[in-house]
Each structure stands twice: as C-alpha cells, then as structure tokens.
Design a protein around this ligand. Structure first.
Ligand SMILES: [Zn+2]
Ligand SMILES: [Zn+2]
Length: 258
C-alpha cells in the first residue's frame, strides 16, 4: 500500500479554492469555491477520483471557499465538517448538512489523522488542517497548508512545521498592494492581522517551518491583482534555498504533488 499522502490543489486564489487530499484508504475535499461542474472538470484533468472522497472539510465561510458547496452537497452522502461559527455564518450555508467540530478537532479520514488548527481571518471561526499518515506508531508522512490568515497563529506554526508538503499563503506583494487598484480600506483589510499573508510574511515564517522532512513548499492563494506568481516564487525560494522545491498553486490549473 502507498503510505504517502497526495495533494491536488484544484483551485487556489480569491476566485475559488478547492483541494483534494488523497490518503491510503480514501480522500478528503477541502473547501469548494468552484462550481460542481468545474470541480469535476479539474478533478478529471488531475486524474483525481472524486468517488474516493469520504468527507468534506470547510475552512471558513467566504464564497471563494464555499460557493460550490450547496450543489456539491446535494450529490454527496458523507460528512461535511466545519466549525459552528462557519456553519452558522451565512444564510446560504444554513441548509448544508454540517457536522460542527471544534477548531482543534482531530479526525480520522481516509487512513489519515487530520488535525484542525485555528487561523486569523475576518470571519467567524476559521480553521485549516494538517494531514498525517501513521504506521505502527511512526509518523510516515505529513502535509499541511494555511491560507486566508493575516498572521500565523502559534497552533498554525506548530501544524505547518515538519511537513513533507508545506503550503503557505503568499497572497500579496506589499508594494503591489500599496500601489495597486484596491481602495485604502481594502488594502488595510488584506494586509491586516485578519487578512492574508504577504510574500514577505510567508518567507519570514519559513525558516522555522522547514525541516529535513520538507520536500515541497507551495505558494498558495496568490492575488491576481496584488501579486505575481514570479514574485511569490522568488520570495519563497530565497527563504527555502536548496532545502526544498518551491511551487506556485494556480487559480486556473490544478497542481498535483505526489
Ligand atoms: Zn480565500
Ligand atoms: Zn477568506
């Protein structure tokens, strides 16, 4: 049996987010801010078998993470996990069959241990997840990511440390945000403690997150208005050096990391 966990980032950015984490005995869909049709189109392109999805995890209520859920949930029998705050944040989500969980819940899904951790974002109760594979009391694989957070909480730093695959938000370049098209209040929101991580913040956090286990670092939730993939890539490369490869997740194309 393949002991490792695989990550398919089907969409990443403010126009929609969805990722499938493939464990040894099943998969998990994290967020669905794209339509069901687009979810299936991208899953097919990435050769992801959506019939293996045994649970849906929802990080927070923003539409770029939830817009596809009402239709996807109509065709899905498994549990849909979210915090109480997320589940009750919006009328459009009220009818979904949520199982509410604590922000530090541990779940067992797809042969993986799934650990939730809290983020700092302008929503009710945002979380993200670390996925681990254990064999005979040994940790054999781990991956985690954090996006939609203005700062990395202590729990997020702990969860992101020592992963083979590490995803980190590199939402904006500070200079581009300050001189870009956003009005001042939105610049303050995006760059604030409950907004999104900048390239510089991601780069600054990386030294304490990388270990000898880390093989791949992925820049995620890149703004199409306030950042460029090259800027995010360069900023993270500088922090990572030769220790790991650096990839950039896309708004439009799936990215698979085996
Ligand atoms: Zn988002
Ligand atoms: Zn958000």
């Amino acid at each position: 049996m393949d002991a490792s966990i695989h990550l398919h980032i089907l969409a990443s950015g403010s126009k929609g987010n969805a990722a499938v984490v493939e464990g040894p005995s099943g998969s998990v869909l994290v967020d669905c801010g794209i339509s069901r049709r687009e979810l299936h189109r991208r899953a097919d392109a990435a050769e992801v078998d959506l019939s293996r999805v045994e649970a849906i995890l929802v990080t927070h209520e923003h539409t770029d993470h939830t817009s596809g859920l009402p239709v996807v949930c109509k065709h899905f029998d498994g549990p849909v996990y979210a915090t109480f705050g997320t589940a009750h944040a919006r009328p459009t989500l009220a009818a979904l069959p949520f199982t509410t969980v604590a922000r530090d819940v541990t779940l067992s899904l797809g042969g993986m241990r799934v650990q939730a951790f809290p983020l700092s974002h302008d929503v009710a109760d945002p979380i993200c997840f670390r996925f681990e594979r254990w064999e005979q009391n040994h940790l054999v694989d781990a991956l985690a990511w954090a996006t939609d957070t203005g700062i990395l909480t202590k729990q997020a730093l702990e969860a992101l440390r020592g992963c083979r695959i590490l995803g980190i938000e590199a939402n904006h370049d500070r200079e581009m945000l300050a001189t870009g098209p956003y009005p001042y209040f939105l610049q303050k929101r995006v760059g604030g403690n409950h907004g999104h991580l900048s390239n510089a913040q991601a780069a600054e956090a990386l030294p304490q997150l990388l270990t000898s286990e880390t093989q791949t670092v992925v820049a995620m939730h890149i703004s199409q208005k306030n950042n460029l993939p090259e800027l995010a890539h360069d900023a993270l490369c500088e922090a990572v050096g030769t220790q790991a490869e650096v990839l950039v997740a896309s708004q439009t194309e799936p990215l698979t990391i085996w």
